[in-house]
Design a protein around this ligand. Structure first.
Ligand SMILES: Nc1ncnc2c1ncn2[C@@H]1O[C@H](COP(=O)(O)OP(=O)(O)OP(=O)(O)O)[C@@H](O)[C@H]1O
Ligand SMILES: [Mg+2]
Length: 319
């Protein structure tokens, strides 16, 4: 059943970093010093966990407002153009001459990716860029890259408290912590205001200091929403606040590029829940979105209602 705040037209706010991805793809993509190696494929693509999730949500038919900042440069304007093309409202993306748009170099062999990131604008989203009035017209707020959004990290608790006070649901994705500090105390406090925390398995094991997924339940803070763990080709596991643990098996695919699989999964999970899906339906729907996104190079724009209907014809379309 749909609730009033969860109609298909209900708005999602995504607050996040922006960068371009320069994606080099081949079966052997390892650089060798003092050698020139040719690669099979290359794309310039809209990158960033938050933007790929935003594009996924728009592709799944939700109204999405993106809050961010880019440099006043070619890559910044490319990010804006791509987001708009993919149906995301960019009214709240600041273009700032004092920063350069971030860049990630991604070397992908279809299974794994090696990433080199120039931060630039990535860490420059600040609370001042977040318009409070957006919270009055939205149903959900999401952000990606907890560990890259430097200027926001001390402020997520205020943002999520405001979101909860306005009746919104909340979610975020961890992403990798390049410093490997994992900010455990602050992150645990945020979980009390988070409906769906959606890290990858490796990230979850580090954040919660567990050796394996089955140790996670005893490691999670008492006051929390659901923790949804993405396990790559093994599917996903939901650890719900009432103690339920639900495993959702993967879809079988031959991945071309796993860039953005996690962010497409996030979009699928959020879209399904906002449309009244059960936890199990949301996990399955998210697995389908994650798997679908591995079939094309790049992450943004990889999931759409039409693409999903072709990939998973027997899947129940969420309300
Ligand atoms: N090889 C695969 N086969 C089937 N499903 C996959 C595969 N890779 C990813 N998925 C789906 O996508 C989800 C997210 O992928 P993954 O666990 O790799 O996330 P991630 O590490 O956060 O990815 P990202 O690199 O986008 O951050 C998985 O939980 C699964 O549902
Ligand atoms: Mg991820």
């Amino acid at each position: 059943m749909m609730s009033n705040s969860a109609q298909s037209g209900s708005k999602v706010i995504v607050i996040g970093e922006l960068n371009v991805d320069l994606i080099f793809a081949d079966s052997n993509i390892r650089p060798e010093p003092n050698r020139e190696k040719l690669v099979r494929d290359f794309r310039l693509a809209l990158g960033s966990s938050s933007a790929i999730a935003a594009a996924g949500l728009a592709g799944l038919g939700l109204e999405v407002a993106f809050v961010s900042i880019v440099g006043d440069d070619e890559f910044g304007h490319f990010c804006l153009k791509e987001l708009a093309r993919l149906g995301v409202d960019v009214t709240h993306v600041a273009v700032d001459r004092s920063v350069r748009t971030g860049v990630t170099l991604s070397l992908t062999d279809g299974h794994d990716r090696s990433l080199l990131t120039y931060m630039g604008s990535i860490g420059s989203v600040t609370p001042a860029l977040v318009p409070a009035e957006l919270f009055r017209e939205a149903a959900h707020v999401h952000f990606g890259s907890y560990f890259l959004q430097d200027a926001m990290r001390p402020h997520w608790l205020e943002v999520f408290k405001l979101a909860k006070a306005c009746g919104l649901t909340t979610s975020f994705d961890a992403g990798w912590d390049p410093a490997e500090h994992w900010d455990r105390e602050r992150l645990a406090a945020l979980l009390a205001y988070t409906d769906w925390f959606i890290p990858s398995e490796e990230e979850a094991l580090r954040v919660f200091e567990a050796g394996a997924v089955d140790e996670l339940p005893e490691r999670l803070p008492a006051e929390r929403g659901a923790v949804i763990v993405k396990c790559g080709s093994a599917g996903s596991v939901g650890l719900f606040a009432d103690g339920r643990v639900e495993y959702a098996p993967p879809f079988s695919v031959q991945p071309v590029d796993t860039t953005g699989a996690g962010d497409s999964f996030n979009a699928g999970f959020i879209a399904s829940k906002l449309r009244g899906g059960t936890d199990r339906e949301a996990l399955e729907y998210a697995n389908a979105c994650g798997a679908l996104s591995t079939l094309a190079i790049g992450g943004a724009g990889a999931v759409s209602l039409e693409g999903l209907a072709r990939f998973w014809p027997e899947g129940r379309r969420p309300a």
